[in-house]
Design a protein around this ligand. Sequence first.
Ligand code: PBG
Length: 325
Amino acid sequence: MIHRPRRLRRNPALRALVRETRLTPDDFVLPLFACPGNGVRREISSMPGVFNLSVDEIASEASAAYDVGVRSIILFGLPESKDELASGAYAEDGIVQRAIRAVRRCAPELIIIADTCLCEYTSHGHCGVVRGGEVLNDESLELIARTAASQAAAGADLVAPSAMMDGQVGAIREALDDSGFENTAIMSYAVKYASAFYGPFREAAQSAPEFGDRRAYQMDPPNAREAMREAELDYSEGADILMVKPATVYLDVLKMVRDRFDLPLAAYHVSGEYALIKAAAQKGWIDEERVMMETLTSIKRAGADIILTYYAREAIRALNASATS
Ligand code: PBG
């Protein structure tokens, strides 16, 4: 007897019946970049379709995204000015704090996640306090925790620490609880690699380090077992959601975290992963929508419950269109 897997591939209804992985609009988180000014909408050259938006613009962008079906956003900020201690990160009227309040007014139902890091706010562009050319861990924790508490005070539903300082999840949990934000959740960038795929983001957030690189705190790309230790630490410090970043070139790691941990799992389809698809599509070399959906599906199939992607709106539109066709 010949085995015939093709029997179940004969038409769209049969394929849908046996489909193992389905993307839904609820899966996606849309990243947005807040910048100073009024009426500012500045496209990022290495990320077509992604903009630096002033607070007024980010509020309307967020509510337009909500109307398309986006249910969660993650906010990054470009401060008015930068300094050694990243004071813009935890200022009560900081750029992200103001963006959170404005979005909350325009789109009250939207889940607002605040990226919690110092690199966009430090004059040297590193994710922590620098002394003698080194990024100090424990000195940075206090500022990171203060940033998270001020984002929670502004109304963030979740904070997302991305600095890769040891102990940052525990420090944030303690600061949140001490200031009455025990219901603010932590989505931890637990497994974050020192990746060249963040290049376009650093243009968007103007956060490239002035000297050196991030290899002394972000993970070394060849390591997967070490990722389990990072995830374990954040789990034990009180993370509510774990994240792996980037996504597509680390699907093996994503799968390992999925198999070992029962927390909700997020994956960040980062700026460079977005830019690769965009650039090839603009050259007419690939079918953008199909490559986008195949890529996002692969991330979900590997185990992500949540996908942070600059393609959130387009993916939701594609899902809605295929549901009605
Ligand atoms: C902040 C941060 C970065 C990204 C998310 N949070 C940049 C970095 O670590 O250099 C990258 C996101 C992307 O590339 O889309 N530390």
